[in-house]
Write a protein that binds this ligand. Sequence first.
Ligand code: ADP
Ligand code: MG
Length: 699
Amino acid sequence: MREVNSVTEIFGSMVFNEHVMKERLPAETYAALKRTIEQGRSLDRGIADVVANAMKDWAIEKGATHFTHWFQPMTGVTAEKHDSFLCPQKDGTAIMRFSGKELIRGEPDASSFPSGGLRATFEARGYTAWDATSFAFIKDGTLCIPTAFCSYGGEALDKKTPLLRSMELLNRQALRILRLFGDTQTAKVNTTVGPEQEYFLVDRELYEQRRDLIYCGRTLFGAKPPKGQELDDHYFGNLKPRVAQFMHDLDQELWRLGIFAKTEHNEVAPAQHELAPIFTTTNIATDHNQLTMELMQKVAARHGLVCLLHEKPFAGVNGSGKHNNWSISTDRGVNLLEPGDSPRENAQFLLFLAAVIKGVDEYQDLLRISVASAGNDHRLGANEAPPAIVSMFVGDDLDEVLRAIETGADCGPHDKVEMRIGVHTLPHFTRDNTDRNRTSPFAFTGNKFEFRMVGSAQSIADCNTVLNTIVAEELSGFADQLEEADDFEAALNDLVRRTIAAHRRIIFNGNNYAREWVEEARERGLLNLKTTADALPHLVSEKNIALFAKNRIFTEAELRSRYEVLLEGYCKTLHIEALTMLEMARKDILPAVLRYTQALADTALKKKQLCPALSCGVEEELAGRLSTLAGCLYDGAAGLEARLLAAKECGDSRAQADHYKETVFPSMQGLRAVADELEGLVAKEFWPYPTYGELLFSV
Ligand code: ADP
Ligand code: MG
C-alpha cells in the first residue's frame, strides 16, 4: 500500500460527504438531498435512486463490493448485514446495482436482537431507515449506510431512533426560546458532543491466556502487583513505541472515515490511554464513537495488542470512562451555553443554564440510568470516577452570579452591581484547567457541560437522549410561561430566580470523592443509586414515563421494553462472569494449587528420606495454608454455584437483578479474595495465568 502522508489528503477519503455529493450529484439532486439533511425532509424515491447510483459508483471506485445498513441495536454495539451490489442478468452476466429503495430502507432479519418483548416473534423482521444526516462511508470494502432500526409497528429497536427524536425535540423547544429573545434568523438548533474515550492496551498473547478477559473483557481474578499507578508516572507520559504506532495507525483509519481524532495520551493507570475527537453534532458524534471503539479493537489486533474497552478491566487501578462533553449550538455557529457579550445574550445563556440545572435536578435518576451497566458499577462511587450521586459543578465565578441572581444582591466582590438579568453582562467564565473540578459528575467547563459518569464501553446515545430530552422539557416549560408574559424581562428575571432557588441543591462545587458528600447529598435529598439494580426501576416511574411519552421519545411500551433489556443485560453479564469464575477456579486455579501442594509434600518426603533431621517447616506450613485456602476456594465455588442456580427461581427480572446484586456478586467477590490470596502463595511456574504485573506492563 502507498504510504499516504498528507492528513488532508486522507481525511474523509472513505466518506460520501458533502464534498463528494456536490461533485458527483446533479445540482438539483444535491439541493434536494441537502434539504433532507438540513431540514429532516423525507427523500423522494426518484432522488434516492440517483443518490444511490452515485454512491455505488463512488464506492466501487474505492474498492467496495458490498453495502450494508449499519445500525445500533440495544446491545450497544453496531450491527451490519452485508449484501453485494451484484445483480444477475438474463444473459448469464452480472451488473453492479444499488437502488434508492435499497438505500432508504432495509429489512434485516432482526429476531435475535434484544427487543424487551416489543417485537412478537411472528413479526420478527424490523426495518432500517437511512439517517441522511450521517454520511455513508466505506469500511472493509463495504459501503455502510447509517440507519435507524424500528419494528414494523414503528417502535424503536435501537439507540439511534430515540437520539434523533430527542435532537428534533430540543431543536423545537430551543427555537421557541430563541424567538422569545427576538432571534428570527436561526433555523436549526443542534446539540454537540465530543466524547473523550479511555481504553487499555494489553499484549495479545497474554490476553489469550485469560478466559476472564476473553469472555468478560475484565479480569475476575488477579492479585495486586507490586507497582500499580502509585507513582503517577504513566499519566501523560512518553508513548511507548508500540503504543505510538498503534495510535498513529488508528488516527489514519479514523481520519479516512472523517472522524476528527485530535488528542491521544497516556492515562492514569499503566496501560491506559485516551483518545479525544473534536466535537460534532450529537448523532454523528455517536456514530463516530461507535466506529472509534470498533477500530480501536481492529487496529490493536494488527499490532499484537488487545484493546480493552471495559469500564474496569483491572481491580486496584483506575477504570475507564468516557467524558461526554455536551453543548447546544445554532446553525449559525452560536454556542448557546457560552455567556455572550451583551446583556441580551447573557440573559439567554442564563435561561438555558437554568433549564439544564432544573433538568439535571428533576431527572437525576434518568442521567444515572443512562450510564448504568454492570461494568460501570465498578467505577461509579470508587475514588477514581464520579460517585453514583448526580450533582452539578458550575465553578465559583458562575456560582457567585447565580447566588446574586437568587438573592437579588450584589454580584460578589468583583462586581458591585445588582444582578438583573437582561440588564447586566456576565463575566466570561474561566476555562482554565486549574478551575476544573475533576470529581464532579456533571461539570460546567466554560461553554459546555462535561458528563463524566459515562462508561468507556457504553454507547453515548443513551446519555445524550436523556440530556436532550430533559433540557428540552424544561425549555418547553419555560417557553410556555414566557410566551404568556406581558413583561418579558420581569417574567424572565423571576423565572430564572425561582428556578435557581428551587434547584440549588443539585449544585455542588466541592470534592465529590469525599465521604462527607454522601451524607450531605442525602440531607439535600439527592438520589444515591449505587448499582444498576438500584437505578433501573426508576426508569419506569410515573414521572419518567410521562416525560418520554409527552415528548414522543419513547412510548410507555418502548420504555418498558428498554427496562427489560437493561435488566436482562445486567443479569446476563453477572451470570457469565460468575460462570467464568467457576470454570477458572475449578479447572485451573484449584488444580494448580493442588499440584503445588503436592510438589511441596514431595519435597518434604524426599527431604525426610534423605535425612530425617532436615527441617520441613516451610513445606509443612505452606502446604497447610494452601490446603486451608484450597478448601475455601472449593466451598466458595460451590456456594457461588448454588446462588447462581437460585437466580432461576427469582420470578421477574427485577427480583433477579436484585438477587445478582445482593447474593451472586458478593459471592463472586468472596471467591476472588481467596484466589488472589492463593496467587500470592503459589510459585510462578504453577500459577495458570499471566499476573496483573505482566498484563499491565506488557506493552
Ligand atoms: P480538555 O477537556 O482536555 O481541556 P477541551 O475542553 O478542549 O479539552 O475539550 C474536551 C472535549 O470537549 C473535546 O472532545 C472537544 O471537542 C469537546 N468540546 C469542546 N467544545 C465543545 C462543544 N461546544 N460541544 C461539545 N463538545 C465540545
Ligand atoms: Mg475532559
